[in-house]
Each structure stands twice: as structure tokens, then as C-alpha cells.
Design a protein around this ligand. Structure first.
Ligand code: ZN
Length: 133
């Protein structure tokens, strides 16, 4: 299998965690053995894998807000008032790679794939590239 697919996400808040696992999994149907690369080209959003539990999602956002508060005198805020969003995205990653077996993502029972919005609301795109057969 070759090629690249895109998932569109419309975020509704300035900061938001969106579970995109089901959308990603659609692209690995029929792939017996491979790897799925999920990647975003945005600089104020990121990807990560963890559990979809409401309290935990609040904790993750709370941790990032504590580590990188808004308006803390960042240089980038002089030209674009969203340095905190770039810095939070930098602490995560623009991509995750997941093994694929028998048409399924090889994820742990509690693992889900998230898009993290740090400068919403916006229309976002996530690229899914599946390598395998
Ligand atoms: Zn910026």
C-alpha cells in the first residue's frame, strides 16, 4: 500500500485534545503488516498517544499550562501572540508511528491517538501515511 491520506479536524476551543484513533484506523484496513505514520504540519498543534479519560485530559492540559503559561514574556509574542502554543507543541511531537498488524493499529488497551490543539479554534489537518502490505 502506498500513498498519503488526510484527516480534517475542526477544533472548537483555544486548547483542546481530539481523539482521532477511529479516523486513523480506517486507513490501515487491509494492511496485514506495516507501520502507520500520523503527522501534522502545524506548529501550534501536536500529536501524542495516551488514555482518553476526561480527568487525565484535564491533567495533561494543566501540566502543559503550568510548564508553559501564556504571556510569560516570550520573544515570539512580539510578532505573533501565540508563543505559548508553539512551545507547548514543541514539548510534544508533530508525529507518532504505530505498528500495524492484520488491519489494526497495534495499540495498548488504553492507548488512543490524540491531536492536541494549542491555538484554536482552527481547521487542522493530520497526514496519515501507511507503509506496508
Ligand atoms: Zn506564532
Amino acid at each position: 500500500m502506498r500513498g498519503m491520506s488526510t484527516i480534517e479536524i475542526v477544533t472548537k476551543k483555544d486548547v483542546e485534545l481530539v481523539d482521532i484513533t477511529d479516523s486513523v484506523e480506517k486507513f490501515v484496513q487491509g494492511v496485514k503488516d506495516g507501520v502507520c505514520i500520523v503527522y501534522t504540519r502545524h506548529t501550534t498543534g501536536a500529536l501524542f498517544i495516551n488514555e482518553n479519560e476526561n480527568g487525565l485530559k484535564q491533567d495533561i492540559l494543566g501540566l502543559l499550562e503550568k510548564l508553559v503559561p501564556k504571556d510569560a514574556g516570550y520573544h515570539h509574542d512580539k510578532i505573533d501572540n501565540n508563543a505559548h502554543a508553539h512551545l507547548r507543541a514543541t514539548l510534544l511531537s508533530p508525529s507518532v508511528s504505530i505498528p500495524v498488524e492484520n488491519g489494526k493499529l497495534v495499540l495498548g488497551t488504553w492507548q488512543r491517538v490524540f491531536f492536541a490543539e494549542f491555538d484554536g479554534p482552527r481547521r487542522r489537518r493530520v497526514i496519515v501515511k501507511v507503509i506496508g502490505e
